[in-house]
Design a protein around this ligand. Structure first.
Ligand SMILES: [Zn+2]
Length: 420
């Protein structure tokens, strides 16, 4: 029965494709750059669209400038599926590097162009449009859909997804789908954790000519610590039996996507980026201060405290004094079991729509998916994207990917909410 429903929904999408594409384009035309972030206009637009679609919603402000939209379709008897999308986009940056106007929402024969097409207004349009079709068709849902449309994913989610889940809007959901960009042939089922940390090194100033004997050089001290931290990349994640195939597939995917020698190790090893360093005043002075900031990404099976412990061992071993450091934990690594219903439904529907193999995979980056996983909600990420423009210039998305992703969303909902 549900297969018949899917065929019906999918042909509705084919027939109303122009409407879906226009929705993506309309969303692109409303700038919602974050920072500096003003999402009032786009929130108003989406609210209007939900009104038109006869979908109930509330606007919930975690802070005056951060409106979240929480919409609901269905009933309380059965499963609860959350669909998540963010309305903010990263800034356009240098306008001269764009080959088109970033907020024109231009539609070509095969693509939609503009800031936020791939990340993630196309995915956002897909989940809203899929919900609208179910509302208009009066589909009998065995449960409900909750839309979480959030304002601040690009700056960490503290006033969006995280806030909603901390403040009673998790609905004890059975599953969550985040419509963030992936490739067509992967369903994201896990992400690395991350921390940013800062080390400050203090020394004693002296004349540069006698610096090897007198004074204390804050820069050379920090260099010793940094070269030890670079060795963290040897730390490997830990994966159980069930995760081995996903791990192997993820490495193959990373190698294919990133095309660099050894890059597949990014999936199951710690990654270290020494991002900034500042110190010293003048060439002929022994520097008495230096600081560095470091981005560390942690694979599944390694925790933040493992990294902290390792760092303390280094400091002890080097016997270095007069340094200060602070860890700024963003997230722990997280994953959803590949046997979970939502993973199976996503893979099956994506394979049906695309007619080719689709694999669950772990990612090297992170998104709001982590907050649902911390709340024990099985979560996947799947969404239309051309990765080269994301957080860069000339962002675009293929129309075919938008249409097919929306079909896949409807297929997943039809399966999980047993729509017949
Ligand atoms: Zn995003």
């Amino acid at each position: 029965m549900s297969e018949m429903m899917k065929d019906k929904f999918w042909s509705i999408i084919d027939n109303r494709k122009d409407e879906l594409i226009k929705l993506v384009s309309d969303l692109i035309k409303i700038p919602s750059e974050n920072p500096t972030g003003n999402v009032e206009e786009i929130t108003k637009f989406i609210s209007g669209y939900l009104n038109e679609s006869k979908i109930q919603y509330d606007i919930i402000r975690s802070k005056e400038e951060f409106p979240n939209i929480v919409a609901k379709l269905g009933n309380d008897n059965g499963k609860t599926i959350i669909l998540n999308g963010h309305a903010d986009v990263v800034p356009v940056g240098d306008l001269n590097k764009w080959n088109f106007e970033p907020f024109s929402g231009e539609i070509t024969d095969t693509q939609i162009l503009g800031r936020g097409t791939s990340d993630m207004k196309a995915g956002l349009a897909g989940i809203i449009f899929a919900t609208r079709i179910l509302a208009e068709e009066n589909a009998k849902l065995n449960g409900k859909i909750i839309l979480h449309i959030v304002p601040d994913e690009e700056t960490g989610g503290d006033f969006g997804t995280k806030w909603l889940l901390d403040n009673g809007y998790s609905y004890d959901a059975d599953a969550c789908l985040v419509a963030e960009p992936t490739s067509n042939s992967n369903v994201e089922v896990g992400q690395k954790g991350s921390t940013w940390f800062k080390i400050k090194s203090y020394g004693k100033s002296a004349h540069g000519s006698i610096g090897n004997y007198v004074g204390e050089n804050a820069i050379t001290k920090l260099m010793k610590i940094l070269s030890e931290i670079e060795k963290f990349t040897e730390i490997k994640g830990i994966y159980d039996e069930n995760q081995q195939k996903v791990l192997a597939d993820s490495k193959t995917i990373a190698k294919r996507a990133l095309k660099a020698e050894g890059v597949e190790n990014v999936i199951d090893h710690v990654a270290v980026n020494i991002g900034t360093i500042t110190g010293g005043i003048k060439t002929n002075m022994v520097p008495d201060y230096c600081e560095a900031t470091i981005d560390i990404r942690i694979p599944i099976g390694v925790s933040g405290s493992d990294i902290e412990k390792k760092f303390n061992e280094i400091i002890e071993k080097l016997n270095i004094e007069n340094i200060e450091y602070e860890f700024n934990w963003n997230s722990e690594a997280n994953y959803t079991d590949v046997d979970n219903d939502i993973v199976r439904a996503a893979v099956n529907n994506a394979e049906n729509v695309w007619g080719s193999e689709v694999l669950p995979a772990y990612q090297w980056a992170s998104s709001d998916a982590r907050y649902y996983r911390y709340n024990n909600i099985p979560t996947i990420q799947y969404g239309p994207a051309n990765t080269e423009g994301i957080h860069s210039y000339n962002e675009n998305v293929d129309i075919e990917d938008v249409v097919n992703s929306t079909k896949i969303y409807l297929g997943i909902l039809t399966d999980l909410l047993e729509i017949e």
